[in-house]
Design a protein around this ligand. Structure first.
Ligand code: PLP
Length: 418
C-alpha cells in the first residue's frame, strides 16, 4: 500500500462513520468506460459500476454535455412548489416504458423510492399491512428496513421497525423447504396460513419484492412465480410493488426485470442507474394508484434537474444496449460455468447482473469469497460480494465483450486457486 493510499484510508477511518463494509482498499481517482484508475494510476476492470449505477460507463460524454447544458440554465428549483419542463419530459419517457398509463414521483435514492411506494400503497388502499420476502434488500431507512433482511446485521439493534409488516420466504431453491420450485407451496402458504391466521387479506395494502434478489445473492425466482403471486393478490385487491432499484434500467437485458416474468406490477421503485451516477430515484405506478392528495408527500431534491438531464440520456441510450447486455451477460456466465473448482456451487443471473456462489462442505464459503475478491482486486479486477458467499458481477452495460471476458477469466482463475 502506498503512503497516499494509507493516509486516505487512515483519514477515512478517523472522519467517516465506519458503518460500511469495504472489501479491499481501492481508492478511485477517475474512470473511463469500464475501466477505473486508483490514486496511484493503476488500472482496473470495473465489475461494480458503482454498484449497478454507472450504466453507460465512466465519463460518458453525452451525460457530461447534457448536465453541463442544464447547469448553465439552473441547478435546482424544487418540484415541491414549482414546475419545470425537464421533469415532465423524463416522466413522459418513463411512463412510455410501462404497459399502462403511469405517473411518476421522483426521489433521491433507492430507499426513498421504497419509502414513497409504501406510503402510496397505504394511502391509496387505506390498508395498513405490507408483506415482503426474506433475504430481500430494499434499503436502510426505517420504513424500507422492515423489508430488508439479507443479513441480520442490517437490522440488529434498530428495532422496533415498521409495524403491520410481515416477511414470507422467497422462492429460493437453495432453501431446503423449497427444493426445485416451490411456487405452489409458497402461494398456498400465503393464502392458507398468512391470510387465514396472521392478517386478513382485506387489510393488506401490498406485497413488495425484488424481481431478482440482488444483495441477497442474485437469486432468480421461477419464471411464473410473480405472475401467479400477482393473480393471488388481485383476488383480494392487493398491490404488487416490484423494487427494480438494482434490476431496472436495462441491467437484466430488458428495460425492467418484470418483463422477463410476464407480470405487470402496480408500482415499481427505481434509483441507481436512473440518474447515470447523479442521485435520482423514481416511483412509477398506475395512474389511478398515484393519487396521494396535495401536501401529503414531497421532497426538496427529488427530480433534481441535473440528475434529470443525465437521466434523459440514460433513457435514450439504454434501450439500444439491451441485446448487448444479454449477449455479454451470457458469455460471462458461460465462462464462469467452465470454472474447475469444487467450491463453485452455482452461476446465476440475467443480463449483466450475475452471481457465482461459492460453497464448502455444503455451507456458504465466505472466506473463499473474500480471497477471490481480494486477489482479483490485486490483479486489476473489481467485484464485490452478495449474500454470504456470492461473487457479484455487474459492470457498466456498455462493457466491451473482450474486457468482460478478460476480467471474468481472472475471477475464474482465483476461484480455481482456492
Ligand atoms: C433492490 C434495492 N432496493 C433498494 C436499495 C437501496 O438503494 P439506496 O442505497 O439508493 O438507498 C438497493 C441498494 O442496493 C437495492 O439493491
Amino acid at each position: 500500500m502506498t503512503d497516499k493510499i494509507f493516509q486516505i484510508i487512515k483519514d477515512d477511518q478517523e472522519y467517516l462513520m465506519q458503518s460500511f463494509r469495504r472489501w479491499y482498499p481501492f481508492i478511485i481517482d477517475h474512470g473511463s468506460g469500464s475501466l477505473v484508475y486508483d490514486v496511484d494510476g493503476k488500472e482496473y476492470i470495473d465489475f461494480n459500476a458503482g454498484i449497478g449505477v454507472i450504466a453507460l460507463g465512466h465519463g460518458n460524454t453525452k451525460i457530461i454535455d447534457a448536465v453541463k447544458a442544464q447547469m448553465e440554465k439552473f441547478f435546482h428549483y424544487s418540484l415541491t412548489d414549482f414546475y419545470y419542463e425537464i421533469a415532465v419530459d423524463v416522466a413522459k419517457k418513463l411512463s412510455s416504458f410501462m404497459p399502462y398509463s403511469a405517473k411518476v414521483f421522483y426521489t433521491n435514492s433507492g430507499t426513498e423510492s421504497v419509502e414513497a411506494a409504501i406510503k402510496i400503497a397505504r394511502g391509496h388502499t387505506g390498508r395498513q399491512w405490507i408483506i415482503g420476502f426474506i433475504n430481500s434488500f430494499h434499503g436502510r431507512t426505517l420504513g424500507s428496513l422492515a423489508f430488508t433482511s439479507s443479513k441480520a446485521i442490517q437490522r440488529k439493534s434498530f428495532s422496533p421497525l415498521l409495524p403491520s409488516t410481515y416477511l414470507v420466504p422467497y422462492p429460493d431453491k437453495r432453501d431446503p423447504l423449497c427444493k426445485e420450485d416451490c411456487t405452489e407451496s409458497l402461494l398456498a402458504f400465503i393464502e392458507d396460513w398468512i391470510f387465514k391466521k396472521i392478517v386478513d387479506p382485506t387489510e393488506v395494502a401490498a406485497f413488495i419484492a425484488e424481481p431478482i434478489q440482488g444483495e441477497g445473492g442474485v437469486i432468480v425466482p421461477p419464471k411464473d412465480f410473480f405472475y401467479k403471486l400477482n393473480s393471488l393478490l388481485k383476488k383480494y385487491g392487493i398491490l404488487l410493488i416490484l423494487d427494480e432499484v438494482q434490476t431496472g434500467i436495462g441491467r437484466t437485458g430488458k428495460m425492467f426485470a418484470f418483463e422477463h416474468f410476464n407480470v405487470v406490477p402496480d408500482i415499481i421503485c427505481l434509483a441507481k442507474a436512473l440518474g447515470g451516477g447523479i442521485p435520482l430515484g423514481a416511483v412509477i405506478g398506475r395512474k389511478e394508484i398515484m393519487d396521494l392528495p396535495p401536501g401529503s408527500h414531497a421532497n426538496t431534491f427529488g427530480g433534481n434537474p441535473l440528475a434529470l438531464a443525465a437521466s434523459k440520456v440514460i433513457l435514450d441510450e439504454v434501450p439500444k444496449l439491451l441485446d448487448h447486455v444479454s449477449s455479454v451477460g451470457k458469455e460471462i456466465m458461460e465462462e464462469l460455468e467452465s470454472t474447475k473448482s469444487p467450491y463453485l456451487y452455482e452461476v446465476r443471473g440475467l443480463g449483466l447482473l450475475i452471481g457465482a456462489e461459492l460453497r464448502k462442505d455444503n455451507r456458504p464459503f465466505s472466506e473463499g469469497l473474500e480471497k477471490v475478491l481480494y486477489n482479483s482486486f490485486r490483479r486489476g479486477v473489481l467485484a464485490i460480494g452478495a449474500g454470504e458467499s456470492v461473487v457479484r458481477i455487474e459492470p457498466p452495460l456498455t462493457i466491451e465483450e473482450e474486457l468482460a471476458i478478460k476480467g471474468t477469466k481472472i475471477i475464474k482463475e482465483e476461484i480455481e486457486k482456492l
